[in-house]
Write a protein that binds this ligand. Structure first.
Ligand code: XMP
Length: 523
């Protein structure tokens, strides 16, 4: 186990992922965790992340210097590097020399940390203060034009650090530096694999649910809930019931795909609730985006809860428990590690969300959550899903919003508008797949401007139809995005096919706005 101490920058998650990519298991802990508590978890090494502040700023997050004397290997990155320098008696100063973004670094003495790394290479920096003097016993390994001490190590105490961010893709040799620390300095064994995690989680779920317990899982059609359900199915077989609410806002073929492929791959019991009419009735006449989202969210919870109550109500054995613990049924959720970290949970506080009353159900019916993915990142979930035999159409699926096509129709969500959009979207997806572009983009919403009409000409006749917008984007995390430069030939084929095959559409446009200022979805 490697602990990544989070100093409040967004980099801690990325570091934790990179450590796992080096096949060493890692978890994130907050910098407020006392050092004794970190050491009590017996980590093989500790990594201090970057952070937003200067080590001298008022209220700057610190770390008890006892950590550096505890005998556990420590690696500091950026702010963590400066904390180590300051904590060990080196000099950190606001030299006025700032470095942001891609910066050339000169390796003066590779040592162990930078062994074999080219003398000149480019790394990603983001700092105001600089380390101007290494602590006693440390050898300086690298510098930049403005930072005299950009990397150091003390092999006898197994302490090392770099001023840059080796975890970001823009830092050349970043993963090599990290692995030098983990393996050559800290002596970690590279044994962690997704395979262990899947088996381990199946065991854990079995232990949590017990011999008789029954569980329910809401499937959304997305990767996370499908993989969570597959793990629980392996653990408890048909004591798991999956519920899929078909709100009528899915793309062409999606519901059938869940029914067919998910069940074929997992053998899970699936209840499909056809709620199309209920959703469309509730959405009638509504065009305002937030109003649509609220209605869809509300109807979803209603439908899901009614289905749960049905399943539990019709089968008394669905609840288990003794007199003391009352009746307990289990609710499976596809919560991921980033959600856990962001909600302040994580190691040591993992019980935060384990008991939970689901609103709308009888008060005496308490659900216990089963969250087999709470330690995993998205790419790891995909790998687990593939190992459990889920097909690519499920595990490699691009993000799709919960409210579905309801927020991709600008105007009223009616069955006829949905049919138009589904037809156009199907063509766009087919052509993207045919061109082999699915892996190159993050997602491509296809949007129907139901409120807009424009004049066109088709077969000597005037048309007055709706535009379709293609919104292909690239992104790493959906927080920011750029519009994807799709090949003209692919755009041409999509445009020709949509205008030929979908009579209500007479124009196809491409959205070339980045996020910000545009969001990925149009509503
Ligand atoms: P925006 O439009 O905010 O979208 O740039 C960012 C990402 O989130 C997805 N998205 C949603 N996902 N429920 C979801 O599960 C929602 O209400 C929702 N709204 C947007 C969107 O597809 C993109 O990947």
């Amino acid at each position: 186990l490697v602990l990544v101490v989070d100093f409040g920058a967004q980099y801690a998650q990325l570091i934790a992922r990179r450590v796992r990519e080096a096949r060493v298991y890692s978890e994130i802990v907050p910098h407020t965790m006392p050092v004794e508590e970190m050491l009590a978890r017996k980590p093989a090494a500790i990594v201090l992340s970057g952070g937003p502040s200067s080590v001298y700023a008022d209220g700057a997050p610190g770390i008890d210097a006892a950590l550096f004397a505890a005998g556990v290997p420590v690696f500091g990155m950026c702010y963590g590097f400066q904390l180590m320098a300051a904590g060990m008696g080196g000099e950190v100063a606001a030299t006025g020399a700032r470095e942001y973004g891609r910066t050339p670094v000169t390796v003066t003495d590779g040592g162990t940390l930078l062994a074999g790394i080219p003398g000149e290479h480019k790394v990603w920096m983001s700092h105001g203060d600089s380390v101007t003097g290494a602590p006693a016993g440390f050898s300086v390994l690298a510098s930049t034009t403005v930072t005299p001490v950009a990397a150091f190590e003390d092999l006898s105490r197994r302490l090392a650090g770099v001023q840059w961010h080796p975890e970001v893709l823009h830092s050349e040799h970043g993963q090599t530096v990290l692995e030098h620390f983990l393996v050559d300095i800290a002596g970690c064994r590279q044994t962690w694999t997704i395979g262990n995690i899947a088996e381990e989680q199946i065991e854990r779920v079995r232990a949590q649910i017990g011999e008789r317990g029954k569980a329910i899982c809401g499937l959304s059609g997305g990767v996370d809930s499908a993989v969570a359900a597959a793990i629980v199915q392996r653990a408890i077989g048909d004591r798991l019931t999956c519920v899929y609410v078909d709100h009528g806002l899915m793309r062409a073929g999606e519901t059938e795909q869940i029914e067919r492929d998910f069940v074929a791959a997992t053998g899970a019991q699936l209840v499909v609730v056809d709620a199309e009419k209920q959703f469309l009735d509730a959405l009638a006449g509504v065009t305002e985006p937030e109003a649509k989202r609220k209605i869809i969210g509300r109807e979803f919870i209603r439908t899901f809860e009614a289905a749960q109550a049905d399943i539990l109500g019709s089968d008394p054995a669905a609840t288990v428990g003794t007199e003391e613990d009352g009746k307990i049924a289990f609710l499976v959720q596809g919560t991921l590690y980033p959600d856990v970290v962001e909600s302040g949970g994580g190691a040591g506080t993992s019980n935060i969300k384990s008991h939970h009353n689901v609103g709308g159900l009888p008060d005496d019916l308490e659900f216990e959550l089963v969250e087999p993915l709470r330690e995993l990142f998205k790419d790891e979930v995909r790998a687990v899903g593939a190992q459990l035999g889920l097909p690519d159409v499920i595990v490699q699926r691009q993000p799709f919003p919960g409210p579905g096509l309801g927020i991709r129709i600008i105007g009223e969500v009616t069955r006829s508008n949905l049919d138009i959009l589904r037809a156009a979207d199907k063509i766009a997806r087919e052509e993207m797949t045919a061109a082999g572009l699915d892996g190159d983009i993050w997602q491509m919403p296809v949007v129907l401007l139901a409120d807009v009409r424009s004049v066109g000409v088709q077969g000597d006749g005037r048309t007055y139809g709706h535009p379709i917008v293609l919104r292909p984007v690239t992104s790493e995390d959906a927080m920011t995005a750029d519009w994807a430069r799709l090949p003209y030939e692919v755009l041409e084929t999509i445009s020709t096919r949509i205008t030929n095959e979908v009579p209500e559409v007479n124009r196809v446009t491409v959205d070339i706005t980045s996020k910000p200022p545009g969001t990925i979805e149009w509503e």
